[in-house]
Structures are given as structure tokens and as C-alpha cells.
Design a protein around this ligand. Structure first.
Ligand SMILES: Nc1nc2c(ncn2[C@@H]2O[C@H](COP(=O)(O)OP(=O)(O)OP(=O)(O)O)[C@@H](O)[C@H]2O)c(=O)[nH]1
Length: 324
């Protein structure tokens, strides 16, 4: 069954022509009636009769004018609308693919896609930034730990720089500082300060007989002996190097120091460490600062103790020699 799509349009066109015809007939009647009513109201039908021709002309003119007005304002637009509809109806239906997308919709779509891509990109950047922050925190943590380890190492190094690695005693550098400090203090306070230099006898032979490892162990035992004998907080025992030790005894005079040092010599002999000639022995040089026996400087006191040691060695070793 086929549908005639032009039928409603033809019907509308027919109704438009019929309307025009009815208006053409009704208009003179309506206008005539109106003119008649105005004439009757102003003076009845008597004055109308002589001017009938004039009235007919007036009705005809007004009817034509009204017809033209209706034609221009109503009928012509209606016809144009009808022909427009007719054209739309007769045009082939556009395929969906051929239909251009509305411009606004396309723009909104493009903006939507761009925003979606920007959102993805922002999310990616945010993710990368978080990852970078995490790595940065890790690196900072590592750096802080490395810094702490470095500080600990530096402290240890500084401490090692003041300590003899083999015996754990104060080393020469730290001892020199202590000697200068204690000497000045004793001078200022007119106090006592004893300084002993202790040197193992014939230690070269001892090493050769027992080996360096035993020699090392022996140096450690001597260090322990000295630590045992010089226990006061103010006592300072150091290893100057090789088989040479020192004991700095603030507040200690010559006689008191001599007594303790003789005990140290006995302690060592009691260990019975054979060196080829007999047991290992010590030679000691002792010097002491006192108001009665001043020295000009810490170096002078040290030199006096060294000279006393030299005398002890040349006097046959295994003895304590007092500085003059
Ligand atoms: N085992 C060991 N031996 C050392 C160390 N330092 C120095 N010596 C040794 O101590 C010996 C010192 O020898 P010398 O300076 O001739 O003195 P000595 O043999 O004790 O002779 P005198 O001092 O004159 O009695 C050398 O053989 C050094 O090698 C050490 O740290 N460990």
C-alpha cells in the first residue's frame, strides 16, 4: 500500500482558495452592513437613497482594500508556508551519514575529548610527581643515614687519631697536648708533676726470639700493667711508639713516682718473659717538676726524663734513673 504524501498539501491549497472565495463574498456584505449601520445611526435610510451609488462605490472600494489587506497579511504567508512544507515533504529524507553534525555539538565533543585527555595527562603527572617525591624521601633518608654514619666515622677517626691502635693507650700526639696543659697548670699552681719515660730493654732481641705477634702481645701486657699502676683520674699513660711508654703524673713528686715505677718494674719481671738474657726488663728515666725544682718548659721536662732514661740504658739497663 503506497501513501501519497502530497495529498495533505493539495488539500491545504484547496482550502486556501476556498477561504479566499468566501472572504471575497463575505467582505462586501460585512462592509455594506457596516456602512448601512453608520448611515442609519446618523440619519436613517432616507438620506441614504440619494447617495446609493456613492455608498456602493464606497463598499466596493473598502471591500477591495480589505481583500488586499487580508491577502497580503494572511493568505500570502499561508501560501508560502504551505509551499515550504510541500518542498520539505517532497525532498528526499537525508541519510544519517550525510547529515552534518550540529556545529555546537561537535565543538562540545571536541572540548570533552580534550578535557578527558588533559585529565589523563594530569593524572599521569600527578602519579609521576608522587613517585618522584617518594624517591626523594628515600634518597633523603639514605643521605641522612650516610651523614650520621660519616659523623660517627669522623668521631671514631678523631678518637683514633688520639689513641694508639695496638695498646689503646693515648698516642704521642695527644700526650704532647696533655704534657703542655699539665705543665702550665703545675707551673701556675706551683704544684707537682712527675714524668717517666719507660723503655723495654733489648726488645729487638725479644721480637727475634718470640716473633712480632708475641712482641705485640707483650706491648699490650705492659700497657695493661701501666694502666693498673696509674689509676688516678689525672694520671696519663701513653705509648710514644715502638717499645717506649710515658707516664705523666700530675700532683706526684719524684719520690712517690719512683715508688710506683719500681712496682711496675717488679710487675714486669714477675711475668717472666724470657728475652734471651733472662726475663724482659724495663729501663726508666724520671724527671719531676716542683717549686724546688722548676723547669722552663714542658719540652725541658721531657728532655730531662729522656736524658735520665739514656743514663739508665748506658748504666746497664733494668733500672730507674732520676733526672738531675
Ligand atoms: N712486636 C713489635 N715490635 C716493635 C713494635 N714497634 C717497634 N718494635 C720493635 O722494637 C725494637 C726496638 O729495637 P731498638 O730500638 O733497637 O731497641 P731495643 O732492642 O729495645 O734496645 P734498647 O732500647 O737499647 O734496649 C725493634 O726491633 C722494633 O722492630 C711493635 O709495635 N710491635
Amino acid at each position: 500500500m503506497s501513501l501519497d504524501s502530497s495529498a495533505p498539501l493539495q488539500d491545504a491549497s484547496r482550502r486556501s482558495a476556498s477561504l479566499r472565495l468566501r472572504l471575497g463574498l463575505a467582505m462586501p456584505v460585512v462592509v455594506g452592513a457596516m456602512v448601512g449601520w453608520f448611515e442609519w445611526r446618523d440619519g436613517g435610510f432616507e438620506p441614504l437613497l440619494p447617495g446609493l451609488t456613492h455608498a456602493v462605490e464606497l463598499v466596493a472600494a473598502l471591500s477591495v482594500a480589505l481583500m488586499l489587506l487580508v491577502e497580503a497579511l494572511l493568505l500570502r504567508p499561508l501560501r508560502q508556508l504551505a509551499s515550504g512544507c510541500e518542498a520539505m515533504e517532497s525532498a528526499p529524507a537525508p541519510q544519517a551519514a550525510d547529515m552534518p553534525e550540529p556545529r555546537l555539538g561537535a565543538e562540545l565533543d571536541r572540548i570533552g575529548h580534550a578535557m578527558h585527555r588533559a585529565q589523563g595527562s594530569l593524572w599521569q603527572h600527578d602519579h609521576e610527581a608522587r613517585e618522584l617525591r617518594r624517591q626523594l624521601a628515600e634518597q633523603r633518608d639514605l643521605l641522612e643515614r650516610a651523614h650520621a654514619a660519616l659523623e660517627a666515622n669522623q668521631r671514631e677517626l678523631a678518637s683514633l687519631a688520639r689513641i694508639d691502635a695496638l695498646t689503646g693507650l693515648t698516642n704521642q700526639r695527644a700526650f704532647d697536648e696533655s704534657l703542655r696543659r699539665e705543665f702550665k697548670r703545675a707551673q701556675r699552681q706551683r704544684g707537682l708533676l712527675a714524668l717517666a719515660v719507660l723503655d723495654l730493654d733489648e726488645f729487638k732481641q725479644f721480637n727475634e726470639r718470640h716473633g712480632t705477634a708475641v712482641g705485640d702481645a707483650t706491648l699490650q701486657r705492659v700497657a695493661a700493667l701501666l694502666n693498673e699502676r696509674f689509676k688516678r683520674d689525672t694520671d696519663i699513660v701513653a705509648r710514644l711508639g715502638g717499645e717506649e711508654f710515658v707516664a705523666l703524673l700530675p700532683g706526684c713528686g719524684m719520690a712517690e713516682a719512683q715508688g710506683v715505677l719500681e712496682l711496675v718494674r717488679e710487675d714486669l719481671r714477675a711475668l717472666h718473659l724470657p728475652d734471651g738474657r733472662g726475663d724482659l726488663t724495663l729501663s726508666i728515666g724520671l724527671a719531676a717538676l716542683s717549686p724546688a725544682h722548676p723547669y722552663l718548659s714542658a719540652q725541658a721536662l721531657m728532655q730531662a726524663a729522656d736524658e735520665a732514661l739514656y743514663i739508665a740504658k748506658h748504666a746497664g739497663r733494668d733500672r730507674l734513673s732520676l733526672a738531675a
